[in-house]
Design a protein around this ligand. Sequence first.
Ligand code: GDP
Ligand code: CA
Length: 308
Amino acid sequence: MITALAGGVGAAKLLRGFIEVLPPEEITALVNTGDDTVFHGLHVSPDLDTVMYTLADAINPETGWGLAGETWRVMESLRRLGGLTWFNLGDQDLATHCYRTQRLSEGATLSEVTRELARSFGVDIRLQPVTDDPLRTRLTLVDGPEVGFQEYFVKHHHDVAVASVTFAGAAESRPAPGVLDAIEQAEVVVVCPSNPVVSIGPVLAVPGIRKALMSRRDDAVGISPIIAGAALKGPADRLLVEMGFEASVVGVARWYAPMISTLVIDEADADLATAVEAEGVRCVVAPTLMTSKEASAQLARTVLDVAS
Ligand code: GDP
Ligand code: CA
């Protein structure tokens, strides 16, 4: 059994590999909910949906988020009305958020709704929000106010300097039922190649999670989301620097050293293996660019090999 800490796209691609090499019932994904937000009164869970749509083979391959073959009629109508349109939600995608919002309003937990949605999409790994409580990533901009995650990421195109990151609600939140058990009982804990600051950061901010992970350090393997000093997509590199870490596999190793004993880095960074090990983390060099299902499966096999 493996338990994976997951953000959006990077994690989804690795999990797509794991379902090729392990039975789905042996895979638990603990997914970030710090990106969750409400648009048009609807509860949107971007990382849960990215993972779910990817595993369902329904993801839009061009964007890496949303559904393939999507239409945008609701957004077009909203634009005519002068409604909120900076955050795009496709017509079919909207049904997911309607369903989630309705079920939450009936008193279901986010964990329960996520299970229902995953079943409908034919996703049979255990897809688990890290918490059922509100958890919201907030960023204080150097030249401006505090903004929510989607405002930073989508509205500002993550192209603004960040002074600090906080996770509203974290202190009062609890791990969702079964989350700590999933960490304690996993044969291997996997830290997916996700944004360390704003995807894995919120997961670690839920009380109890960091401690549970630290106790599993010997069996925990991370995969660097930084390749050759840069994120493939998104602000992981600049956020690491803004938090006082290097935008490199060495910075990633330092960030995760209390929680992982092994870091898988890309072949492009092979010359940094010694510097990674100087952070107290065993370093494994392997191809980590998941450009196909087969590449994802190969990386999943590598993770299982190095863990055993
Ligand atoms: P989100 O999709 O915006 O929630 O972002 P994630 O938390 O998934 O973070 C994106 C990170 O995943 C970026 O830093 C990417 O560099 C990393 N990533 C995406 N695809 C890959 C890949 O194929 N290999 C590796 N090693 N990292 C990846
Ligand atoms: Ca995300």
